[in-house]
Design a protein around this ligand. Structure first.
Ligand SMILES: Nc1ncnc2c1ncn2[C@@H]1O[C@H](COP(=O)(O)OP(=O)(O)OP(=O)(O)O)[C@@H](O)[C@H]1O
Ligand SMILES: [Mg+2]
Length: 278
């Protein structure tokens, strides 16, 4: 199975001259083929920068990244990126948007439409094939966007807050849909989010980053069984891990050891509601 990602001591500087700063510092992360990893961290800590580097859009200043032992140097459809806002072509129908990547590979029209139709079925939009993006809701547009990336059979799906612009109910539906898709196609997923609930619901493992310069401060393996349903969101273990994630995001990370629910359970009081916004 392909899709094994390895990030080794990655540091990345951005800006130039006196504006130059360290966006990522010594980030090391191994993601197994087919694993679902969520990256959680405060705004501006370098999550999108990390994804941009893995996508091949930003070159490392130090360190290296490999996918299936091959060094990542440039963007490639085997590493598919999905952003918060869709990048669909407004002048093309849904099916042509999804088939676009196949057109670039010179695959014949009938075959690319047939494969695009299969992907639309996977995301539950087979009846919307001939609509234009402006005729779709935000959730539907993101489903087309996911189909458009998946049509290239990526080894890694890189998702940067893909559901961040959606309302809470649509967001939950999209999370369930993504898990369903991932169960069927088992691609590696690196998923960036601000949202602790989302990370806990989706991931096999959460990687927590510190404020800038972004570095990894904690990894949490999630043992929740799959398939997962919305009832997980109200379970005691979920609440406990959520509290732990909040403490990591708000505390000085030097204190983290004493709170770990991975061994001893945390005994501190819950973070006040006002602090919930990261
Ligand atoms: N091209 C750039 N030139 C200079 N600074 C940049 C550039 N891109 C991002 N930054 C800065 O780098 C830091 C990391 O940005 P990044 O977008 O990776 O953060 P993030 O964790 O994705 O934040 P958010 O959660 O708000 O999306 C931020 O301080 C941002 O202002
Ligand atoms: Mg970002």
């Amino acid at each position: 199975m392909s899709g094994e990602l390895s990030i080794d001591n990655l540091s990345l500087y951005l800006g130039s001259g006196s504006q130059r700063f360290t966006a990522l510092e010594n980030v090391s992360l191994n993601v197994a083929a087919g694993e679902f990893v969520c990256i959680l961290g405060p705004s501006g800590c370098g999550k999108s920068t990390l994804l941009g580097a893995v996508a091949g859009h930003l070159a490392p200043s130090r360190g290296s990244m490999t996918l299936d032992k091959k060094t990542i140097t440039t963007p490639h459809p085997q590493r598919g990126l999905v952003f918060q806002h869709h990048t669909l072509f407004p002048w093309q129908t849904v099916i042509d948007n999804v088939a676009f990547g196949l057109k670039m590979k010179s695959i014949k029209r009938d075959e690319r439409r047939s494969r695009a139709r299969d992907l639309l079925k996977l995301v539950g939009l087979e009846d919307s094939a001939d609509l234009y993006p402006s005729q779709l809701s935000g959730g539907m547009q993101q489903r087309v966007e996911i189909a458009r990336v998946l049509v290239n059979h990526p080894d890694v799906l890189l998702m940067d807050e893909p559901f961040g612009a959606l309302d809470a109910i649509t967001r939950l539906r999209m999370q369930e849909l993504l898990l369903d898709i991932w169960t069927r196609i088992r691609t590696t997923i690196l998923f960036v989010t601000h949202d602790i609930d989302e990370a806990l619901f989706l991931a096999d493992r959460i990687v927590m980053m510190s404020a800038r310069p972004g570095t990894i401060i904690e990894e949490i393996v999630l043992e929740f069984p799959r398939p997962r349903s919305a009832s997980l969101l109200t379970s005691p273990r979920f609440a406990e891990l959520k509290r732990y994630c909040l403490s990591l995001l708000h505390d000085d990370h030097a204190d983290v050891g004493r709170l770990s629910p991975l061994g001893d359970l945390p005994t501190y009081t819950a973070v006040p509601v006002l602090q919930l916004a990261i």
